[in-house]
Design a binder for this molecule. Structure first.
Ligand code: AGP
Length: 571
Protein backbone atom coordinates (compact mmCIF):
# COMPACT_ATOMS: atom_id res chain seq x y z
CA UNK A 1 0.00 0.00 0.00
CA UNK A 2 1.24 3.57 0.44
CA UNK A 3 1.59 6.02 -2.42
CA UNK A 4 4.73 7.88 -3.40
CA UNK A 5 4.96 10.98 -5.56
CA UNK A 6 7.91 13.17 -6.51
CA UNK A 7 8.48 16.13 -8.80
CA UNK A 8 11.63 17.72 -10.16
CA UNK A 9 11.21 20.80 -12.30
CA UNK A 10 13.15 23.71 -13.79
CA UNK A 11 10.87 26.32 -12.23
CA UNK A 12 9.72 26.24 -8.61
CA UNK A 13 6.46 24.56 -7.66
CA UNK A 14 4.51 24.93 -4.43
CA UNK A 15 4.14 22.30 -1.73
CA UNK A 16 0.42 22.42 -2.52
CA UNK A 17 1.12 21.26 -6.07
CA UNK A 18 3.13 18.34 -4.73
CA UNK A 19 0.39 17.43 -2.27
CA UNK A 20 -2.34 17.69 -4.92
CA UNK A 21 -0.52 14.89 -6.77
CA UNK A 22 -0.10 12.91 -3.56
CA UNK A 23 -3.78 13.40 -2.72
CA UNK A 24 -4.62 11.53 -5.92
CA UNK A 25 -2.83 8.52 -4.40
CA UNK A 26 -4.67 8.73 -1.11
CA UNK A 27 -6.68 5.60 -2.01
CA UNK A 28 -3.44 3.67 -1.39
CA UNK A 29 -3.52 4.54 2.32
CA UNK A 30 -4.43 7.44 4.56
CA UNK A 31 -2.86 6.76 7.97
CA UNK A 32 -0.37 9.63 7.63
CA UNK A 33 1.47 11.63 4.98
CA UNK A 34 4.60 13.71 4.58
CA UNK A 35 6.95 15.40 2.15
CA UNK A 36 10.49 16.73 1.83
CA UNK A 37 11.95 19.25 -0.59
CA UNK A 38 15.35 20.42 -1.78
CA UNK A 39 14.95 23.58 0.34
CA UNK A 40 15.21 21.46 3.49
CA UNK A 41 11.49 21.39 4.26
CA UNK A 42 10.31 18.22 6.01
CA UNK A 43 6.61 18.06 6.94
CA UNK A 44 4.63 15.13 8.35
CA UNK A 45 1.06 14.77 9.56
CA UNK A 46 -1.07 11.99 11.00
CA UNK A 47 -4.30 11.51 9.07
CA UNK A 48 -5.30 11.99 5.47
CA UNK A 49 -4.05 14.67 3.08
CA UNK A 50 -7.59 15.80 2.30
CA UNK A 51 -8.00 16.90 5.91
CA UNK A 52 -4.80 18.96 5.92
CA UNK A 53 -4.08 20.16 2.41
CA UNK A 54 -5.52 23.62 2.99
CA UNK A 55 -3.72 24.07 6.30
CA UNK A 56 -0.17 23.31 5.13
CA UNK A 57 2.19 26.30 5.00
CA UNK A 58 3.04 27.03 1.40
CA UNK A 59 6.68 26.86 0.34
CA UNK A 60 8.36 26.60 -3.04
CA UNK A 61 10.94 24.13 -4.27
CA UNK A 62 12.26 22.59 -7.47
CA UNK A 63 12.57 19.03 -6.11
CA UNK A 64 10.20 17.27 -3.74
CA UNK A 65 9.20 13.79 -2.68
CA UNK A 66 6.04 12.81 -0.79
CA UNK A 67 4.29 9.81 0.72
CA UNK A 68 0.85 8.73 1.90
CA UNK A 69 1.04 5.82 4.33
CA UNK A 70 -0.84 2.62 5.09
CA UNK A 71 1.02 1.35 8.15
CA UNK A 72 2.77 -2.02 7.93
CA UNK A 73 5.82 -1.88 10.20
CA UNK A 74 5.31 0.42 13.17
CA UNK A 75 2.20 2.19 14.42
CA UNK A 76 0.53 5.28 13.03
CA UNK A 77 2.89 7.89 14.52
CA UNK A 78 4.77 10.93 13.25
CA UNK A 79 8.07 9.11 13.74
CA UNK A 80 6.89 6.28 11.50
CA UNK A 81 5.57 8.64 8.80
CA UNK A 82 7.65 9.13 5.68
CA UNK A 83 9.99 10.67 4.48
CA UNK A 84 12.63 8.91 6.57
CA UNK A 85 16.20 10.12 6.83
CA UNK A 86 19.70 9.03 7.85
CA UNK A 87 21.56 10.08 11.01
CA UNK A 88 22.70 13.39 9.49
CA UNK A 89 19.45 14.18 7.70
CA UNK A 90 21.25 14.28 4.37
CA UNK A 91 19.16 11.67 2.55
CA UNK A 92 15.36 11.57 2.51
CA UNK A 93 13.44 8.50 1.41
CA UNK A 94 9.82 7.60 0.65
CA UNK A 95 8.95 3.96 0.09
CA UNK A 96 6.07 1.73 -0.92
CA UNK A 97 6.57 -1.99 -0.23
CA UNK A 98 8.23 -4.06 2.48
CA UNK A 99 11.97 -4.60 2.99
CA UNK A 100 11.75 -8.19 4.19
CA UNK A 101 15.34 -8.45 5.51
CA UNK A 102 15.20 -5.08 7.24
CA UNK A 103 15.99 -6.53 10.68
CA UNK A 104 19.21 -8.03 9.43
CA UNK A 105 20.15 -4.78 7.67
CA UNK A 106 19.14 -2.72 10.68
CA UNK A 107 21.22 -4.80 13.11
CA UNK A 108 24.23 -4.38 10.88
CA UNK A 109 23.69 -0.60 10.71
CA UNK A 110 23.08 -0.39 14.48
CA UNK A 111 26.37 -2.16 15.08
CA UNK A 112 28.02 0.57 13.01
CA UNK A 113 26.55 3.26 15.25
CA UNK A 114 23.47 4.33 13.29
CA UNK A 115 20.60 5.67 15.36
CA UNK A 116 17.08 4.82 14.22
CA UNK A 117 14.11 7.06 14.98
CA UNK A 118 11.24 4.86 13.75
CA UNK A 119 10.01 1.28 13.87
CA UNK A 120 9.69 1.10 10.10
CA UNK A 121 11.45 -1.20 7.66
CA UNK A 122 11.92 1.84 5.37
CA UNK A 123 14.36 3.65 7.65
CA UNK A 124 17.10 1.15 6.83
CA UNK A 125 17.27 2.64 3.31
CA UNK A 126 18.61 6.15 4.12
CA UNK A 127 20.97 4.72 6.76
CA UNK A 128 22.20 2.09 4.32
CA UNK A 129 22.91 4.77 1.69
CA UNK A 130 24.58 6.99 4.32
CA UNK A 131 26.78 4.14 5.52
CA UNK A 132 27.98 3.17 2.07
CA UNK A 133 28.51 6.74 0.89
CA UNK A 134 30.56 7.31 4.08
CA UNK A 135 32.66 4.31 3.16
CA UNK A 136 33.46 5.82 -0.23
CA UNK A 137 30.76 4.63 -2.65
CA UNK A 138 28.88 7.05 -4.87
CA UNK A 139 25.14 7.35 -4.15
CA UNK A 140 24.48 5.43 -7.36
CA UNK A 141 26.76 2.56 -6.31
CA UNK A 142 25.13 2.49 -2.86
CA UNK A 143 21.74 2.15 -4.61
CA UNK A 144 23.05 -0.72 -6.74
CA UNK A 145 24.36 -2.36 -3.58
CA UNK A 146 20.95 -1.94 -1.91
CA UNK A 147 19.14 -3.53 -4.85
CA UNK A 148 21.57 -6.43 -4.67
CA UNK A 149 21.35 -7.25 -1.00
CA UNK A 150 17.83 -6.21 -0.06
CA UNK A 151 14.96 -8.69 -0.04
CA UNK A 152 11.33 -7.72 -0.50
CA UNK A 153 9.38 -5.19 -2.49
CA UNK A 154 10.00 -1.51 -3.03
CA UNK A 155 9.28 1.59 -5.04
CA UNK A 156 11.62 4.16 -3.53
CA UNK A 157 12.34 7.83 -4.13
CA UNK A 158 15.47 9.24 -2.55
CA UNK A 159 16.71 12.81 -2.50
CA UNK A 160 19.71 14.55 -1.03
CA UNK A 161 19.27 17.73 0.96
CA UNK A 162 19.76 20.92 -1.12
CA UNK A 163 20.26 18.93 -4.34
CA UNK A 164 18.11 18.87 -7.45
CA UNK A 165 18.27 15.13 -8.09
CA UNK A 166 15.77 12.34 -7.42
CA UNK A 167 17.04 8.77 -7.29
CA UNK A 168 14.41 6.06 -7.78
CA UNK A 169 14.44 2.27 -7.59
CA UNK A 170 11.82 -0.42 -7.99
CA UNK A 171 11.12 -4.10 -7.35
CA UNK A 172 7.56 -5.48 -7.51
CA UNK A 173 5.90 -2.29 -6.23
CA UNK A 174 4.81 -0.11 -9.16
CA UNK A 175 6.71 3.01 -10.24
CA UNK A 176 6.16 5.25 -13.24
CA UNK A 177 7.95 8.31 -14.61
CA UNK A 178 5.97 11.13 -16.25
CA UNK A 179 7.38 13.72 -18.61
CA UNK A 180 6.30 17.29 -17.85
CA UNK A 181 6.95 20.46 -19.87
CA UNK A 182 9.66 21.63 -17.47
CA UNK A 183 10.74 18.47 -15.71
CA UNK A 184 9.55 15.12 -14.42
CA UNK A 185 6.99 13.57 -12.10
CA UNK A 186 7.48 10.12 -10.62
CA UNK A 187 4.86 8.15 -8.74
CA UNK A 188 3.30 4.85 -7.70
CA UNK A 189 0.89 5.15 -10.59
CA UNK A 190 -0.04 7.39 -13.46
CA UNK A 191 -3.13 8.67 -11.71
CA UNK A 192 -0.92 10.90 -9.52
CA UNK A 193 -0.04 13.07 -12.52
CA UNK A 194 -2.62 12.14 -15.16
CA UNK A 195 -3.96 15.71 -14.98
CA UNK A 196 -0.49 17.05 -15.93
CA UNK A 197 0.95 14.66 -18.51
CA UNK A 198 0.06 11.52 -20.43
CA UNK A 199 3.63 10.65 -21.47
CA UNK A 200 5.08 7.96 -19.24
CA UNK A 201 7.70 5.27 -18.77
CA UNK A 202 6.94 2.27 -16.56
CA UNK A 203 9.85 0.87 -14.57
CA UNK A 204 10.63 -2.83 -14.57
CA UNK A 205 11.89 -4.77 -11.57
CA UNK A 206 15.37 -4.06 -10.19
CA UNK A 207 15.77 -0.91 -12.23
CA UNK A 208 16.86 2.42 -10.82
CA UNK A 209 16.83 5.95 -12.21
CA UNK A 210 18.68 9.20 -11.71
CA UNK A 211 16.54 12.20 -12.57
CA UNK A 212 17.58 15.85 -12.69
CA UNK A 213 15.68 18.95 -13.81
CA UNK A 214 16.55 18.44 -17.50
CA UNK A 215 17.19 14.77 -18.03
CA UNK A 216 16.99 11.28 -16.64
CA UNK A 217 18.67 7.90 -16.99
CA UNK A 218 17.21 4.48 -16.21
CA UNK A 219 19.60 1.63 -15.40
CA UNK A 220 19.49 -2.08 -14.68
CA UNK A 221 20.82 -3.36 -11.35
CA UNK A 222 24.35 -3.62 -12.84
CA UNK A 223 24.35 0.03 -13.83
CA UNK A 224 23.84 -0.52 -17.56
CA UNK A 225 21.70 2.26 -19.02
CA UNK A 226 18.40 1.03 -20.50
CA UNK A 227 16.75 2.78 -23.39
CA UNK A 228 13.05 3.14 -22.79
CA UNK A 229 10.58 5.08 -24.87
CA UNK A 230 7.80 7.16 -23.44
CA UNK A 231 4.32 5.81 -24.08
CA UNK A 232 1.16 7.87 -24.05
CA UNK A 233 -2.02 6.89 -22.29
CA UNK A 234 -5.58 8.05 -22.26
CA UNK A 235 -7.51 8.40 -19.06
CA UNK A 236 -11.20 8.32 -18.19
CA UNK A 237 -12.79 11.48 -16.93
CA UNK A 238 -12.25 12.23 -13.28
CA UNK A 239 -15.06 11.67 -10.84
CA UNK A 240 -16.33 14.11 -8.24
CA UNK A 241 -18.90 13.76 -5.51
CA UNK A 242 -21.49 16.07 -7.09
CA UNK A 243 -24.57 16.19 -4.87
CA UNK A 244 -24.00 12.81 -3.27
CA UNK A 245 -23.11 12.43 0.39
CA UNK A 246 -20.65 9.60 -0.25
CA UNK A 247 -18.84 8.13 -3.22
CA UNK A 248 -20.19 4.72 -2.24
CA UNK A 249 -23.83 5.58 -2.92
CA UNK A 250 -22.85 7.51 -6.05
CA UNK A 251 -20.97 4.47 -7.32
CA UNK A 252 -23.86 2.08 -6.56
CA UNK A 253 -26.28 4.37 -8.37
CA UNK A 254 -23.91 4.46 -11.36
CA UNK A 255 -24.09 0.68 -11.79
CA UNK A 256 -26.77 0.53 -14.53
CA UNK A 257 -24.89 3.10 -16.63
CA UNK A 258 -21.56 1.36 -16.03
CA UNK A 259 -23.09 -1.97 -17.10
CA UNK A 260 -24.49 -0.42 -20.27
CA UNK A 261 -21.03 0.99 -21.07
CA UNK A 262 -19.43 -2.40 -20.37
CA UNK A 263 -21.84 -4.32 -22.60
CA UNK A 264 -21.28 -1.81 -25.43
CA UNK A 265 -17.57 -2.11 -25.10
CA UNK A 266 -17.59 -5.93 -24.94
CA UNK A 267 -19.74 -5.97 -28.07
CA UNK A 268 -17.53 -3.52 -29.93
CA UNK A 269 -14.02 -2.30 -29.06
CA UNK A 270 -13.26 -5.27 -26.77
CA UNK A 271 -14.99 -7.82 -28.99
CA UNK A 272 -11.73 -9.34 -30.32
CA UNK A 273 -10.28 -9.75 -26.84
CA UNK A 274 -13.49 -11.39 -25.64
CA UNK A 275 -13.41 -13.79 -28.59
CA UNK A 276 -9.79 -14.71 -27.93
CA UNK A 277 -10.37 -15.32 -24.22
CA UNK A 278 -13.56 -17.28 -24.98
CA UNK A 279 -11.60 -19.57 -27.32
CA UNK A 280 -8.84 -20.02 -24.74
CA UNK A 281 -11.16 -20.99 -21.92
CA UNK A 282 -12.93 -23.59 -24.01
CA UNK A 283 -9.77 -25.66 -24.26
CA UNK A 284 -8.08 -24.85 -20.97
CA UNK A 285 -8.89 -25.06 -17.32
CA UNK A 286 -9.75 -21.61 -15.96
CA UNK A 287 -8.27 -20.51 -12.66
CA UNK A 288 -9.43 -17.15 -11.38
CA UNK A 289 -6.95 -15.45 -9.06
CA UNK A 290 -8.19 -12.53 -6.97
CA UNK A 291 -8.62 -11.05 -3.49
CA UNK A 292 -11.54 -9.73 -1.44
CA UNK A 293 -14.48 -8.53 -3.45
CA UNK A 294 -12.81 -9.44 -6.74
CA UNK A 295 -12.46 -12.99 -5.40
CA UNK A 296 -16.18 -13.08 -4.66
CA UNK A 297 -16.92 -11.93 -8.23
CA UNK A 298 -14.60 -14.72 -9.41
CA UNK A 299 -16.36 -17.28 -7.22
CA UNK A 300 -19.69 -16.24 -8.71
CA UNK A 301 -18.00 -16.35 -12.11
CA UNK A 302 -16.88 -19.96 -11.65
CA UNK A 303 -20.57 -20.97 -11.32
CA UNK A 304 -21.38 -19.01 -14.48
CA UNK A 305 -18.57 -20.70 -16.44
CA UNK A 306 -19.26 -24.19 -15.08
CA UNK A 307 -22.88 -23.80 -16.10
CA UNK A 308 -21.60 -23.14 -19.64
CA UNK A 309 -19.53 -26.34 -19.48
CA UNK A 310 -16.20 -24.62 -18.79
CA UNK A 311 -13.92 -26.10 -16.16
CA UNK A 312 -13.33 -23.22 -13.74
CA UNK A 313 -12.03 -22.66 -10.25
CA UNK A 314 -11.19 -19.60 -8.17
CA UNK A 315 -8.36 -19.15 -5.71
CA UNK A 316 -7.62 -16.37 -3.24
CA UNK A 317 -4.38 -14.95 -4.60
CA UNK A 318 -2.46 -15.13 -1.32
CA UNK A 319 -3.18 -18.90 -1.26
CA UNK A 320 -2.08 -19.45 -4.85
CA UNK A 321 0.89 -21.58 -3.77
CA UNK A 322 -1.56 -24.40 -3.01
CA UNK A 323 -2.67 -24.59 -6.64
CA UNK A 324 -1.00 -26.09 -9.66
CA UNK A 325 -1.24 -24.23 -12.93
CA UNK A 326 0.48 -25.35 -16.12
CA UNK A 327 0.44 -24.55 -19.80
CA UNK A 328 -3.07 -25.95 -20.00
CA UNK A 329 -4.35 -23.47 -17.45
CA UNK A 330 -5.74 -20.06 -18.28
CA UNK A 331 -5.18 -17.97 -15.17
CA UNK A 332 -7.57 -15.01 -15.10
CA UNK A 333 -6.64 -12.31 -12.60
CA UNK A 334 -9.61 -10.25 -11.48
CA UNK A 335 -8.75 -6.92 -9.91
CA UNK A 336 -10.23 -3.44 -9.67
CA UNK A 337 -6.93 -1.67 -9.17
CA UNK A 338 -4.75 -4.02 -11.20
CA UNK A 339 -2.08 -3.42 -8.56
CA UNK A 340 -2.90 -5.91 -5.78
CA UNK A 341 0.41 -7.42 -4.70
CA UNK A 342 -1.01 -10.84 -3.76
CA UNK A 343 -2.41 -11.12 -7.28
CA UNK A 344 0.83 -9.93 -8.90
CA UNK A 345 2.81 -12.53 -6.93
CA UNK A 346 0.37 -15.28 -7.96
CA UNK A 347 0.67 -14.21 -11.61
CA UNK A 348 4.46 -14.30 -11.42
CA UNK A 349 4.22 -17.89 -10.18
CA UNK A 350 1.63 -18.75 -12.85
CA UNK A 351 3.88 -17.27 -15.53
CA UNK A 352 6.78 -19.37 -14.27
CA UNK A 353 4.66 -22.50 -14.75
CA UNK A 354 3.79 -21.45 -18.34
CA UNK A 355 0.10 -20.78 -17.68
CA UNK A 356 -1.65 -18.35 -20.04
CA UNK A 357 -2.30 -15.08 -18.19
CA UNK A 358 -5.46 -13.05 -18.78
CA UNK A 359 -7.12 -10.44 -16.63
CA UNK A 360 -10.27 -8.48 -15.91
CA UNK A 361 -9.31 -5.08 -14.48
CA UNK A 362 -10.83 -1.66 -14.02
CA UNK A 363 -7.80 0.64 -13.88
CA UNK A 364 -6.25 0.89 -17.33
CA UNK A 365 -2.46 0.56 -17.78
CA UNK A 366 -2.17 -1.13 -14.40
CA UNK A 367 0.56 -3.67 -13.59
CA UNK A 368 -1.83 -6.65 -13.84
CA UNK A 369 -3.12 -5.46 -17.19
CA UNK A 370 0.47 -5.11 -18.41
CA UNK A 371 1.34 -8.61 -17.15
CA UNK A 372 -1.53 -10.19 -19.11
CA UNK A 373 -1.55 -11.54 -22.66
CA UNK A 374 -5.21 -10.54 -22.91
CA UNK A 375 -7.09 -8.17 -20.66
CA UNK A 376 -10.71 -7.06 -20.43
CA UNK A 377 -11.39 -3.63 -18.99
CA UNK A 378 -14.69 -3.40 -17.19
CA UNK A 379 -15.08 0.32 -17.91
CA UNK A 380 -16.70 1.15 -14.57
CA UNK A 381 -14.86 4.48 -14.45
CA UNK A 382 -12.94 5.59 -11.41
CA UNK A 383 -14.10 3.87 -8.20
CA UNK A 384 -13.17 6.07 -5.27
CA UNK A 385 -14.91 4.52 -2.25
CA UNK A 386 -12.59 1.93 -0.69
CA UNK A 387 -15.44 -0.60 -0.68
CA UNK A 388 -15.86 -1.91 -4.19
CA UNK A 389 -19.41 -1.83 -5.56
CA UNK A 390 -19.90 -0.93 -9.22
CA UNK A 391 -16.69 -2.78 -10.05
CA UNK A 392 -17.94 -6.00 -8.38
CA UNK A 393 -21.09 -5.81 -10.48
CA UNK A 394 -19.03 -5.15 -13.60
CA UNK A 395 -16.61 -8.02 -12.89
CA UNK A 396 -19.49 -10.47 -12.40
CA UNK A 397 -21.20 -9.22 -15.56
CA UNK A 398 -18.00 -9.47 -17.62
CA UNK A 399 -17.50 -13.11 -16.56
CA UNK A 400 -21.13 -13.89 -17.28
CA UNK A 401 -20.65 -12.37 -20.73
CA UNK A 402 -17.56 -14.55 -21.25
CA UNK A 403 -19.69 -17.59 -20.48
CA UNK A 404 -21.80 -16.70 -23.52
CA UNK A 405 -24.90 -15.65 -21.55
CA UNK A 406 -27.07 -12.69 -22.49
CA UNK A 407 -26.86 -9.79 -20.07
CA UNK A 408 -28.79 -7.09 -21.88
CA UNK A 409 -31.55 -6.91 -19.26
CA UNK A 410 -29.14 -6.55 -16.33
CA UNK A 411 -29.10 -2.78 -16.61
CA UNK A 412 -32.90 -2.58 -16.20
CA UNK A 413 -32.85 -5.00 -13.30
CA UNK A 414 -30.22 -2.95 -11.46
CA UNK A 415 -32.25 0.17 -12.12
CA UNK A 416 -35.27 -1.41 -10.49
CA UNK A 417 -33.23 -2.43 -7.43
CA UNK A 418 -31.76 1.04 -7.02
CA UNK A 419 -35.20 2.67 -7.36
CA UNK A 420 -36.21 0.78 -4.20
CA UNK A 421 -33.25 1.92 -2.14
CA UNK A 422 -35.47 3.59 0.44
CA UNK A 423 -36.92 0.18 1.38
CA UNK A 424 -33.39 -0.99 2.11
CA UNK A 425 -32.60 2.20 3.98
CA UNK A 426 -35.50 1.56 6.32
CA UNK A 427 -34.48 -1.97 7.13
CA UNK A 428 -30.87 -0.98 7.65
CA UNK A 429 -31.99 1.23 10.50
CA UNK A 430 -32.92 -2.06 12.19
CA UNK A 431 -29.84 -4.00 11.09
CA UNK A 432 -27.46 -1.37 12.43
CA UNK A 433 -28.37 -2.38 16.00
CA UNK A 434 -27.02 -5.90 15.48
CA UNK A 435 -23.78 -7.19 16.97
CA UNK A 436 -23.52 -10.02 14.44
CA UNK A 437 -25.18 -10.63 11.09
CA UNK A 438 -25.24 -13.97 9.26
CA UNK A 439 -25.63 -14.08 5.49
CA UNK A 440 -26.69 -17.38 3.93
CA UNK A 441 -26.45 -18.53 0.34
CA UNK A 442 -26.11 -21.66 -1.72
CA UNK A 443 -24.15 -22.22 -4.90
CA UNK A 444 -24.02 -18.80 -6.68
CA UNK A 445 -25.68 -17.39 -3.58
CA UNK A 446 -22.68 -18.45 -1.45
CA UNK A 447 -20.40 -16.06 -3.35
CA UNK A 448 -22.95 -13.34 -2.71
CA UNK A 449 -23.27 -14.25 0.96
CA UNK A 450 -19.49 -13.80 1.33
CA UNK A 451 -19.52 -10.52 -0.58
CA UNK A 452 -22.46 -9.03 1.34
CA UNK A 453 -20.86 -10.01 4.66
CA UNK A 454 -17.54 -8.42 3.58
CA UNK A 455 -19.30 -5.21 2.55
CA UNK A 456 -21.12 -5.03 5.91
CA UNK A 457 -17.92 -5.66 7.87
CA UNK A 458 -15.66 -3.25 6.06
CA UNK A 459 -17.86 -0.19 6.23
CA UNK A 460 -20.22 -0.70 9.20
CA UNK A 461 -17.71 -2.58 11.42
CA UNK A 462 -20.50 -5.01 12.40
CA UNK A 463 -19.32 -8.60 12.54
CA UNK A 464 -20.87 -10.46 9.61
CA UNK A 465 -20.35 -13.97 8.35
CA UNK A 466 -21.18 -15.13 4.84
CA UNK A 467 -21.92 -18.85 4.83
CA UNK A 468 -22.99 -21.81 2.74
CA UNK A 469 -26.50 -22.26 4.08
CA UNK A 470 -26.20 -26.06 4.32
CA UNK A 471 -23.05 -25.76 6.41
CA UNK A 472 -24.70 -23.72 9.16
CA UNK A 473 -26.13 -26.75 10.97
CA UNK A 474 -22.63 -28.21 11.26
CA UNK A 475 -21.60 -25.72 13.93
CA UNK A 476 -22.31 -22.04 13.37
CA UNK A 477 -26.00 -22.44 14.17
CA UNK A 478 -24.88 -22.53 17.83
CA UNK A 479 -24.50 -18.76 17.54
CA UNK A 480 -28.08 -18.12 16.47
CA UNK A 481 -30.09 -16.53 19.28
CA UNK A 482 -33.45 -14.76 19.30
CA UNK A 483 -33.23 -11.52 17.34
CA UNK A 484 -30.00 -12.30 15.46
CA UNK A 485 -30.40 -11.04 11.88
CA UNK A 486 -29.97 -13.63 9.12
CA UNK A 487 -29.87 -12.38 5.54
CA UNK A 488 -30.96 -15.24 3.32
CA UNK A 489 -30.50 -15.20 -0.46
CA UNK A 490 -33.27 -17.37 -1.89
CA UNK A 491 -33.89 -17.83 -5.62
CA UNK A 492 -37.11 -19.50 -6.80
CA UNK A 493 -37.97 -20.85 -3.34
CA UNK A 494 -34.91 -23.10 -3.38
CA UNK A 495 -35.84 -25.87 -0.95
CA UNK A 496 -32.40 -26.21 0.62
CA UNK A 497 -32.21 -22.49 1.21
CA UNK A 498 -35.67 -22.47 2.74
CA UNK A 499 -34.81 -25.38 5.08
CA UNK A 500 -31.62 -23.69 6.31
CA UNK A 501 -33.45 -20.40 6.74
CA UNK A 502 -36.24 -22.12 8.72
CA UNK A 503 -33.66 -23.78 10.96
CA UNK A 504 -32.37 -20.35 12.03
CA UNK A 505 -35.90 -19.00 12.36
CA UNK A 506 -36.73 -21.90 14.70
CA UNK A 507 -33.99 -20.54 16.97
CA UNK A 508 -35.41 -17.04 16.94
CA UNK A 509 -33.43 -15.45 14.08
CA UNK A 510 -34.93 -12.45 12.28
CA UNK A 511 -34.99 -13.29 8.57
CA UNK A 512 -34.14 -10.69 5.97
CA UNK A 513 -34.70 -12.39 2.63
CA UNK A 514 -33.25 -11.29 -0.69
CA UNK A 515 -35.43 -13.25 -3.03
CA UNK A 516 -37.49 -13.31 -6.23
CA UNK A 517 -40.54 -14.87 -4.55
CA UNK A 518 -41.72 -13.35 -1.27
CA UNK A 519 -40.55 -15.22 1.83
CA UNK A 520 -42.57 -14.82 5.05
CA UNK A 521 -39.71 -13.52 7.18
CA UNK A 522 -39.31 -10.23 9.02
CA UNK A 523 -38.43 -8.49 5.77
CA UNK A 524 -38.23 -9.23 2.04
CA UNK A 525 -36.46 -7.59 -0.80
CA UNK A 526 -37.92 -8.99 -3.99
CA UNK A 527 -35.76 -8.83 -7.10
CA UNK A 528 -38.03 -9.10 -10.08
CA UNK A 529 -36.11 -11.69 -12.12
CA UNK A 530 -36.59 -15.26 -13.24
CA UNK A 531 -33.05 -15.28 -14.62
CA UNK A 532 -30.96 -16.96 -11.94
CA UNK A 533 -27.63 -15.43 -12.97
CA UNK A 534 -28.92 -11.89 -13.25
CA UNK A 535 -30.78 -12.35 -9.96
CA UNK A 536 -27.52 -13.11 -8.17
CA UNK A 537 -25.70 -10.14 -9.68
CA UNK A 538 -28.56 -7.87 -8.63
CA UNK A 539 -28.51 -9.44 -5.12
CA UNK A 540 -24.99 -7.99 -4.85
CA UNK A 541 -26.38 -4.51 -5.38
CA UNK A 542 -29.04 -5.11 -2.72
CA UNK A 543 -26.26 -6.18 -0.32
CA UNK A 544 -24.20 -3.09 -1.16
CA UNK A 545 -27.18 -0.87 -0.33
CA UNK A 546 -27.77 -2.77 2.94
CA UNK A 547 -24.12 -2.23 3.90
CA UNK A 548 -24.22 1.42 2.89
CA UNK A 549 -27.34 2.37 4.82
CA UNK A 550 -26.30 0.31 7.86
CA UNK A 551 -22.93 2.10 7.98
CA UNK A 552 -24.63 5.44 7.41
CA UNK A 553 -27.04 4.83 10.28
CA UNK A 554 -24.00 4.19 12.46
CA UNK A 555 -22.24 7.35 11.25
CA UNK A 556 -19.19 5.50 9.90
CA UNK A 557 -16.61 7.12 7.61
CA UNK A 558 -18.04 5.20 4.66
CA UNK A 559 -15.67 6.09 1.83
CA UNK A 560 -12.50 5.66 3.87
CA UNK A 561 -13.09 2.93 6.46
CA UNK A 562 -10.52 2.50 9.21
CA UNK A 563 -7.44 0.35 8.57
CA UNK A 564 -8.19 -0.14 4.87
CA UNK A 565 -6.81 1.10 1.57
CA UNK A 566 -8.26 0.91 -1.91
CA UNK A 567 -5.19 -0.63 -3.46
CA UNK A 568 -3.40 -3.30 -1.42
CA UNK A 569 0.14 -3.21 -2.77
CA UNK A 570 1.89 -5.25 -0.08
CA UNK A 571 1.82 -8.98 0.60
C1 AGP B 1 -13.45 -4.29 -1.61
O1 AGP B 1 -14.59 -3.78 -1.03
C2 AGP B 1 -12.35 -4.46 -0.72
N1 AGP B 1 -11.94 -3.20 -0.17
C3 AGP B 1 -11.19 -5.37 -1.10
O2 AGP B 1 -11.60 -6.64 -0.68
C4 AGP B 1 -10.73 -5.46 -2.56
O3 AGP B 1 -11.72 -6.01 -3.34
C5 AGP B 1 -9.44 -6.31 -2.63
O4 AGP B 1 -8.43 -5.70 -1.90
C6 AGP B 1 -8.99 -6.54 -4.06
O5 AGP B 1 -8.63 -5.35 -4.69
P1 AGP B 1 -8.46 -5.28 -6.26
O6 AGP B 1 -9.78 -5.59 -6.87
O7 AGP B 1 -7.99 -3.88 -6.52
O8 AGP B 1 -7.43 -6.31 -6.65
Amino acid sequence: MCGIFGMIRQSPFSSNELLQGLKRLEYRGYDSFGFASNTGELTKHIGSISDFIDKINQSEATTGISHTRWATHGGVTLQNSHPHSDCNERFFVVHNGIIENYEELKNELLSRGHVFKSQTDTEVIPHFIEEHVKSGLSIEDAIKMFIKISKGTFAVLLMEKNKNIIYAMKRDSPLVLGLMKDGFAIASDIYAFSNITNRVIFFDDNEYAIINQNDFGIYDSYGKQIKKDFMTFSWNKEENLGNYEHYMIKEIIEEPVAIERLINSLNNEQHDTVEKISSLIKIRKVLFVACGTAYHASLLGTSFLRFAGINADAVIASEYQNYMADKNTCVIAVSQSGETMDVIKALQAARASSAVICSIVNVPHSTIERMSSLSINIKAGQEICVASTKVFTGQAAAILYLSGAKIVTLQKLLDSVIKQKDVIKKISEDLCKARDIYVLGKSEGYALAREIALKIKEISYIHAEGMMAGELKHGTIALIEPGVPVISIIFNNNEDMISSTKETEARGADIFAITNKPYPGKWNFVIDSEDKKLFFIAAGTVGQLIAYYTAKALGRPIDKPRNLAKSVTVK
